[in-house]
Design a protein around this ligand. Sequence first.
Ligand code: ZN
Ligand code: ZN
Ligand code: FE
Length: 763
Amino acid sequence: MADICVEIKIEGVVQGVGFRPFVYRLAKERGLGGEVRNTTEGVTVLAQGTPEAIEDFYHQLVGRPPRLALITTHRIVSRPNQNFRDFVIVHSRRTEKKDIFITPDVATCEECLREIRDPGDRRYRYQFSNCTNCGPRYTIIRDIPYDRPNTTMHAFPMCPECRKEYDNPADRRFHAQPVACPICGPKVKLVDAEENPLPGLGHRQLKQGKILAVKGLGGFHLACDTRNAAVVAELRRRKKREKKPFAIMCRDMEVVKRYCLVSGEEKDLLLSPAAPIVILHGRRDCPLPMDQLSPGLHTLGVMLPYTPLHHLLFTDGIESLVMTSANISSDPLIADNAEALDKLKGIADYFLLHNRDIHNRCDDSLAAVVGKEVQLYRRARGYVPLPVALPGDCSQVIACGGDLKNTFCLTKGNKAYISQHLGDLNNYGNYIQFLAALERLQKLLEVRPRVIAYDLHPGYMANRYVASRSDLMKVGVQHHHAHMASCMAENGLEGEILGIICDGTGYGTDGMIWGCEILAGGYGGFKRLGHLEYVPLPGGDATVGFPARMALSYLYHFFGDRGVAFADRHLKGLSEKEKQVVIKQIKNQINTVCTSSCGRLFDAVSALLGVCTRSYYEGQAAMELEAAVNPGAEGGYRYSVERLGDCYRISSREMWEDLVDDLTLEAPAGLVAARFHLTVAEMLAEAARLARKDTGISEVALSGGVFQNRFLFQRLRDILMRDSFTVYYHRQVPSGDGGISLGQAMVANEVIGHVSGRSGSCG
Ligand code: ZN
Ligand code: ZN
Ligand code: FE
């Protein structure tokens, strides 16, 4: 049959992901003539051959693209036959450089994995193997354009074999910037604490119960055998990490399934190119020491190996390892060899180092599947610097984020680029990292900001940077307004909406500490329609680690001396002296502010039930309270929502009366914890109904760190949906403070009046 010629246009994420070599191979295999080229819109293919071959080619092209590609549209039209002698990749230097944006680091692909396991392959057991479908990206980039000399691979000139692969359009490593092999690429080195070199990768040492510092993609991990409770406890002691869960890395899915319950969506997330830590429910018969790995919780943070070096650690009978970020308490993640050898002395027994530099430190991302959807709790490796698409064009803005779980955000065009999780900026090392990352990302993305957005909290470290930028317009954004705007932005919303924002701490426009807020508004501004009743926060922010003090504050606030007497009988974790100090602080208003924080309410109830009276990491009391819930329990407590002035007051006074009754009757903690969660969901929903009545708005955004509580989130979402609300929530961006930089950017952009293409209503 006569040949035909077609033109195929493909749009989506199709550049810098090995798409042209893939097209080239498909065409060659089918004996087609033609060409493939990058365009400003995507990729255009001309193909000529028999109708059967063309049909099969098209089918494969759109049906089985490379794993990092994402085809949004494709079209095929017929063209006159041409004189193609071959199939070629057409290079267009001009568009190529500009359009290939920086991609996140990608977990090792199946083909690379097969090679490192094949004794006949030249990359057998090579720890740094990668290709266009996988390998390091963001963590090694020093400058743009994304070419090898601009990455930390500049130190490793390609050998002739690698060069051949790099130059060959038919090869999986065509233009893979970090391409390497055992001859020319980076190398690993195992040393002891005195830097004496040792053979191997440390399998023997791990099996002997030693702690290894392992240099990874975005930083170091501390690794040890998960099944050895003694070494896990020793790692806690050395790292001074009392209770915070340790993430683990499992050899493969089979091992994960032996430890945890895994849904289809959770499996897909574990195996995704981003390979985040996924929060899974531990099996009842999980053979690991759960009380050492995840104290007080039933969940485990699990990830799969995402570099060849990781895969190679899981041989010799090792099936899972603790893989916790190597830093000391809240210091920055350690990323270079000398720093690791110095700072981890006394923590790690051995060091598995390598000589490829990490330019951009990047923690592991943390995610969970809620219902059937992915939610990101910490957005870093594997996701950064992918942008979030915005509903309209934005001015170029820097948004500084908050001090806890900091990220910053840069906007350009209709995209927002959120930095990797940078941790608590009150730690000076983290603040330095914040400054460095901000500088780098501005350069990589070529952002020239006009405006800088910041949180209103007068004590935030990030605001020191703001003060230094006298060249920029400054826009202060209220914390919970930023949470709401962040949720709106990632859902592509404009116009006005309701917000239920529940978190730990945010500076209010009245100088109080807010944290359970019913808002109405959009990017341009907000009204506070309601909030949780103010209670004293004795000792201010210092109380956060002491849930029992918060419980006493609630008891005293609602019941006075009767509450104190109840605390004497039922509240654990407070010494007599501590009690007196707390009461005195409240009575005399010493070092005491008022708060409507939802996080502190969870803290108080967690302590009241004896679940958690002392908190060693942010959210611990609430997480353990959620873990205590008996999910089958029913019932709820009383509450009230009443209008005071122009604002609704959500009061938990009646709930506390019922709680006290239940505890007096010695009701099981699981039942009380469940009733508490159900009551909070009910009272938030009731406040939303009243807000809807007043405003006529029935779209509601859920944001704030408290919504990482899956039990609460799902109950509240279900109630609201049953009540005909349209509910929006976070998926791409954390609902906690890691997400507020995005909201700040949107508000700042609106304030200076540069959103285009606005629709005026919610989508
Ligand atoms: Zn690969
Ligand atoms: Zn090589
Ligand atoms: Fe917050």
